[in-house]
Design a protein. Structure first.
Length: 306
């Protein structure tokens, strides 16, 4: 599915309530798509059952609705997409881009966990499937925010997992298949996923799928410098007061506060934001926050970039 119309997406994992960092990524993605008159898709990445928290996905959907971040088309649930992932995996295996691997973590310990060749000491009843990354697999791409990027996937990552030994689908395969199925051509997400991009591009090429343009937003960090989603500071956002939260998110995205000054209606604010959004003002530096600074109702002194 391809289109000249911009199409972004937000794809949270249902591991808990939406924290400020996730909502920042959602708002940034929504703004970029809507500013250019595009579509915005929603996907629940519940492909990893052991990490899925009961009720979290519905709570996330309710939070997005409370903030007025409406999506286009149906919500895609990765847990229902196994057949699509299997079809892609079968093609990769048939074309020689993937292989069955019996290596355990202990087998790969000597190489720092990087797989370049199978060194399994015995076969396993539950082998993984890996993507074959030949030597010299250097991927170059242009990040919309961070400019020219490159990664030697063979040297830095090695042959990466597509289906885990426990039968769960790996993130890299699922996200590539689903972005293509949803017609996504603009991916806006946190900078912690920048390292995954080259692997996803290799998969897109092997499957004959288009490569979206990628934008990797700065992360929200707590005072010790930990990613906010992994921190005690990651209290859920207050969905009962969307307007002050949206004002603060707008500022965190580098946009001038004066643009939305005095607007206290959510829908009016969102309409003004999508008209006035300037991608050229997006910050690159991670944003340092004191503990709890973005907890409800998100009205403390604004954080400053590091």
């Amino acid at each position: 599915m391809t289109s000249n119309l911009p199409c972004g997406r937000f794809a949270p994992s249902p591991t808990g309530l939406l924290h400020p960092g996730s909502l920042l990524a959602a708002f940034g993605s929504w703004l970029l798509a809507r500013h250019h008159g595009g579509l915005w898709r929603l996907r629940i990445e519940d492909v990893d059952p052991p990490r899925t928290v009961a009720g979290a996905a519905q709570a996330q959907l309710q939070t997005l609705a409370a903030f007025g971040l409406a999506h286009d088309g149906p919500v895609i649930w990765q847990s229902a997409r196994g057949d699509a992932y299997q079809t892609a995996l079968d093609r990769l295996l048939a074309d020689g881009h993937a292989f069955v691997c019996h290596c355990s973590r202990s087998d790969l310990a000597a190489t720092g966990g990087i797989h370049h060749r199978c060194v399994a000491r015995q076969t396993r009843p539950d082998p993984a499937v890996r993507f074959r990354v030949p030597a010299g697999s250097v991927v170059h791409f242009e990040d919309g925010l961070r400019g020219r990027q490159q990664q030697d996937v063979h040297a830095e990552v090695g042959d990466f997992v597509l289906r885990r030994a426990d039968g769960c689908w790996a993130y890299q395969l699922a996200v590539v298949v689903d972005d293509a199925a949803q017609g996504v051509n603009e991916v806006v997400r946190g900078a912690d996923l920048l390292d995954s991009t080259a692997r996803q591009i290799l998969l897109q090429r092997a499957l004959g799928l288009p490569t979206p343009r990628y934008w990797h937003l700065p992360l929200l960090l707590d005072a010790p410098g930990h990613k906010l989603s992994k921190s005690l500071a990651a209290l859920p956002v207050d969905a009962s007061q969307p307007v002050p939260v949206l004002h603060r998110l707008w500022e965190l995205l580098g946009q001038p506060s004066t643009t939305l000054e005095g607007i206290d209606d959510r829908d009016v604010l969102l309409a003004a934001a999508q008209r006035s959004f300037n991608p050229g003002l997006l910050p690159r530096a991670d944003i340092l926050l004191p503990a709890g600074a973005l907890s409800a109702p998100m009205l403390q002194n604004p954080p400053s970039p590091t």
